[in-house]
Design a protein around this ligand. Structure first.
Ligand SMILES: Cc1cc2nc3c(=O)[nH]c(=O)nc-3n(C[C@H](O)[C@H](O)[C@H](O)COP(=O)(O)OP(=O)(O)OC[C@H]3O[C@@H](n4cnc5c(N)ncnc54)[C@H](O)[C@@H]3O)c2cc1C
Length: 424
């Protein structure tokens, strides 16, 4: 009798963890992803700010799972799930049938219904996004250097980050360091230290998921680096001239979107209830209502059986959920009852810049240099592959000692560049 077929869609944190958890199970696993690489999203901002190369934070999925004999990796774009027929519909080739499905397709940007802002305010989700932002940032300084008009120069040296979550804070802090330290001596017309970095948050505070004391420290560290932190400030318009904060225009050549996320559109094709962010509302065991053979994990799932609010979109939720979904598949095959998912929160960290971070481990809260060191070693540990770990550690040590950002390359065709660097 053929082994049951488990299809996993997505080779991110959730998909990889699910695949690994099934390595000794009596199943045939097919992992589908439209990209050939697993991306370590928490370090994307370091590619966007020219510290790391794409190849440092991405690894080919095929290589990562090369030792898993019960698994095949296919590079395909999934367009639809036909849950009734138990099939995954792909752009090229025949639909793929499954006995069990794990959907781990993550999330993308959401512009709160203002999709026309997208071209002026790119989000940070993929390597292409990071290289696009890196190009925009570096080009703004280059254009400013040759700009004769004073107002235009100010506009080119104004950077707005929309969204005061961890990604917005990381970007703002690192951009401020880049302007004030890395680039300081390299330009003749402009004074890069006068660059404006404006971090805008519509809610009452930046880093809302952290305790007040840590938020205050992070805010103070940002301000010390020269970041203007605007809380309780809504962005009401974005175009090529900049942004409108409430009814005040702010001329800015570079705007980065770090505000909203929505689940991958594929989730909408399941035909089951979704929450406001488009995530599939899952049962306590992470399966879909009415489809015990389909599990949704990570950023694509809305799991609200543990707290009043759904679990956050972080890597640990995706990884732990994926392992539980895989175990539940094995239980179901053995005719046993599935078990509910319980998320173990291992803590929350955010980096503000060189030597500055905040850490909330529940039993221990700390900030500054010690938190930064913990953050560094945690991320090195979580990265996939010895080469990436060594390379990132060396790049960080170098940039810490010299303030240099080694990947300050302006590339004309970002997508081509990605392919070249990934293929290294
Ligand atoms: C800039 C940034 C910084 C972050 N920082 C942190 C952090 O510091 N700590 C933390 O815990 N979390 C952080 N996160 C969140 C964390 O990365 C996510 O929670 C995690 O990646 C979710 O895992 P996932 O498996 O659900 O989705 P993902 O890791 O996003 O993987 C989804 C996969 O599905 C594939 N896919 C999507 N649609 C299709 C399709 N139609 N067909 C085929 N394949 C498809 C994608 O190519 C991708 O490989 C950050 C996220 C971002 C964007």
């Amino acid at each position: 009798m053929p082994l049951p077929h488990v299809v996993i869609v997505g080779g991110g944190f959730g998909g990889l963890s699910a695949a690994r958890a099934l390595r000794h199970a009596p199943v045939r696993v097919t992992l589908l992803d439209r990209r050939n690489h697993h991306l370590f999203q928490p370090l994307l901002y370091q590619v966007a700010t020219a510290t790391l190369s794409p190849g440092d934070i991405a690894s080919p999925i095929r290589w990562v799972l090369r030792h898993q004999k019960n698994l095949q990796v296919l590079l395909v774009d999934v367009t639809r799930i036909d849950a009734g027929a138990r099939q995954v519909v792909v752009t090229e080739g025949l639909p793929i049938s499954y006995d069990f499905l794990i959907l781990a397709t993550g999330a993308s940007h959401a512009y709160f219904g203002r999709d026309e802002w997208r071209p002026f305010a790119p989000g940070l989700k993929s390597l292409e996004d990071a290289l696009d932002i890196r190009r925009r940032v570096l080009m703004a300084f280059e254009r400013a250097e040759r700009e004769a008009d004073h107002d235009r120069r100010d506009m080119l040296l104004t950077f707005v980050i929309v969204g005061g979550g961890p990604t917005g804070v990381e970007l703002a802090g690192t951009l401020a360091e880049m302007a004030r330290r890395t680039l300081r001596e390299e330009f003749r017309t402009i004074e890069t230290s006068r660059t404006r970095i404006v971090l805008v948050e519509a809610g009452p505070t930046i880093l809302a998921s952290f305790p007040e004391k840590l938020r205050d420290r992070a805010r103070a560290a940002l301000q010390q680096k020269g970041v203007e932190v605007c809380e309780r400030t809504a962005v009401t318009h974005i175009d090529e001239r900049g942004v409108r904060l409430g009814d005040q225009p702010l001329a800015a050549a570079t705007v980065v979107w770090a505000a909203g996320v929505a689940a991958s559109p594929l989730v909408g094709t399941l035909g089951t209830p979704l929450d406001r962010a488009g995530r599939a509302i899952v049962e306590p065991d992470l399966s879909l209502p009415g489809h015990p053979e389909v599990f949704v994990v990570g950023d694509a799932a809305s799991f609200s059986h543990q707290n009043a609010r759904p679990l956050p979109g972080v890597a640990q939720v995706a990884m732990q959920g994926a392992v539980q979904a895989a175990r539940n598949i094995v239980r179901r095959m053995a005719g046993e009852a599935t078990r509910p998912f319980h998320y173990t929160d291992k803590g929350n960290m955010a980096i503000v810049g060189r030597g500055a971070a905040i850490a909330d481990l529940g039993f221990l809260r700390f900030s500054g240099f010690p938190a930064w060191m913990v953050w560094i070693f945690l991320h090195i540990f979580m990265l996939i592959g010895f080469r990436n770990r060594l390379s990132v550690l060396m790049q960080w040590a170098l940039s810490y000692l010299t303030m240099q950002r080694s990947v300050r390359l302006i590339t004309v065709a970002p997508a081509t560049h990605v392919e070249r660097e990934i293929g290294e």
